[in-house]
Ligand binder design. Structure first.
Ligand code: HEC
Length: 443
């Protein structure tokens, strides 16, 4: 019901505005590139759409953008650009790293295209946006910097690839991470994104040693436990004071890179992972964990769509959920995460559609990060599309089962969270109720 109403409201708003906006006959000034659209592109698109970055074309100038007008309208209306696939009609809506366009910006772009994509007055053009130098540690000087022992070469012409490269940073003691950042040092234009994970010495394939505290399904061979990701324009993760991520002596770092050939030349790639620690011997109040809420198997028949799998994870202690990252392979389509509270009440926390070439991590804003009482069951629901309508599907004739290779499938949600005491949970909930920031009906 809630979905229908808000979706309807959105459609009505968009319809109403596209009837008037952009038409000078309505009495409103016409929407132009220089006055209205260029500022939106500067703030939301150019970090990727500029020469030397990862997108296929530049959106810096009117001349750059004009030929793409039709495609731009289509991609922003479909919410495929900027890449941010959270369902805006259900669940938590505030994220620390939200890069989506507001409805008003979508309407402006759409009206501009409908009006014939006029340039407008060149004097209205805002000064060009300056982009900070890429190789700067936004987290401050790291204590440890880990790089690939040798450059990984991306041939000029090759299909996209996702190599996993395991690196030993020779850590000799357990430490808590305060902040973490990835910087590409070579091959910026071919590095679509990077995910790092930590592979602990004792249980290399099992991940974090927190199995006692939650029924963590084992993700055997999934190259360790998610640590962080690099996405263009991102400045690293600084954990809130008093919270941190433990990294044990002997831990190895797995780098998984999504690499996309330029078509022009062989490109060496390399990256730096910077770790900033809390002081030696310091134990933060909240140790951050990551794990998956995974389906244990998937069974996807040829030429099928909307094939559903489910995963469950019981939290044995109260927890604060920090982030949600859908994880599937080529045939992934959409994913939701819901909380089944001890009372039996069920609440959808997040839903997102899934496109295989973007692995987006959705980080909840502090004041709305879900607070989950002990005994809550997290339930992930994944849908796959093994039909020819999925542009990433290499072979709709194939019968697909669970596995690590990209031609097999996975169905999981990577989540990060920290445990808290029942009293702290109650305190935070009371504070939120008082401030009326509870996003949904979370109790
Ligand atoms: C995080 C980087 C990033 C941001 C931000 C971004 N794009 Fe893109 N865009 C890409 C990449 C990479 C592609 C190539 C296709 C893909 O990987 O999805 C693309 C593709 C496109 C295409 C399709 C081009 C074609 O070949 O048909 C359009 C149109 C587009 N983007 C418009 C925009 C607009 C408009 C914005 C801002 C409102 C934007 N993008 C923001 C990275 C980005």
């Amino acid at each position: 019901m809630r979905f229908t109403l808000s979706a309807l409201a959105l459609i009505l708003t968009v319809a109403a505005s596209s009837m008037t906006a952009g038409q000078s006959t309505s009495g409103q000034p016409p929407v132009t590139f220089t006055k209205d659209v260029a500022p939106i592109f500067q703030n939301n698109c150019q970090v990727c759409h500029r020469p030397g970055s990862i997108a296929p074309m530049s959106l810096l100038t009117y001349e750059d953008a004009r030929p793409w007008a039709r495609s731009i309208k289509q991609k922003v209306l479909a919410r495929e650009m900027p890449p941010w696939f959270i369902d805006k009609n259900v669940g938590v809506q505030h994220f620390a790293n939200d890069r989506s366009l507001g409805d008003r910006d979508v309407q402006t772009i759409s009206a501009w295209v409908d009006a014939g994509a006029p340039e407008g007055n060149p004097a209205d053009m805002p000064p060009p946006r300056q982009f900070p130098a890429a190789e700067v540690w936004q987290i401050g000087q790291p204590d440890v910097v880990v790089s690939l022992p040798k450059d990984y070469i991306v041939p000029a012409k090759a299909p996209d690839r996702w190599p996993d490269i395991l690196v030993d940073p020779h850590l000799t003691e357990d430490r808590y991470i305060k902040a973490v950042q990835i910087i590409p040092t070579k091959g910026f234009t071919v590095i679509h994104h990077i995910r790092t994970s930590i592979v602990e010495p004792t249980d290399a394939t099992l991940g974090s040693g927190k199995l006692d505290d939650a029924d963590v399904p084992l993700e055997v061979g999934e190259q360790g436990v998610f640590l962080n990701e690099y996405a263009i324009g991102k400045q690293g993760d600084v954990f809130p004071d008093g919270s941190g991520r433990m990294i044990k002596a002997g831990t190895k770092i797995n780098f998984q890179m999504h690499l996309h050939a330029t078509g022009k030349e062989d490109t060496p790639t390399n990256v730096m992972l910077g770790l900033k620690f809390y002081p030696k011997g310091y134990t933060p109040n909240h140790a951050i964990n990551s794990t998956t809420v995974s389906a244990r198997e998937v069974d996807i028949r040829p030429h099928t769509d909307n094939v559903r799998s489910d995963g469950y994870l019981t939290l044995k202690k109260a927890a604060r959920l920090l982030s949600f990252q859908p994880h599937m392979h080529n045939r992934g389509k959409a994913e939701c995460l819901e909380a089944i509270y001890p009372s039996g009440k069920v609440e959808t926390l997040s839903c997102a559609s899934f496109r295989f070439n973007w692995h987006l991590n959705y980080v909840y804003a502090d004041d709305v990060a879900p607070l989950l009482p002990a005994g809550t069951v997290l339930h992930s629901i994944m849908w796959h599309n093994n039909s020819a309508s999925n542009p990433f599907n290499p072979d709709p004739d194939a019968q697909i089962t669970y596995g690590q290779r990209t031609i097999d499938e996975m169905a999981s949600a990577w989540i990060s969270w920290y445990f808290m005491s029942d009293q702290d949970l109650k305190k935070e909930m009371d504070a939120r109720h008082a401030a009326k920031t509870v996003p949904t009906s979370t109790r």
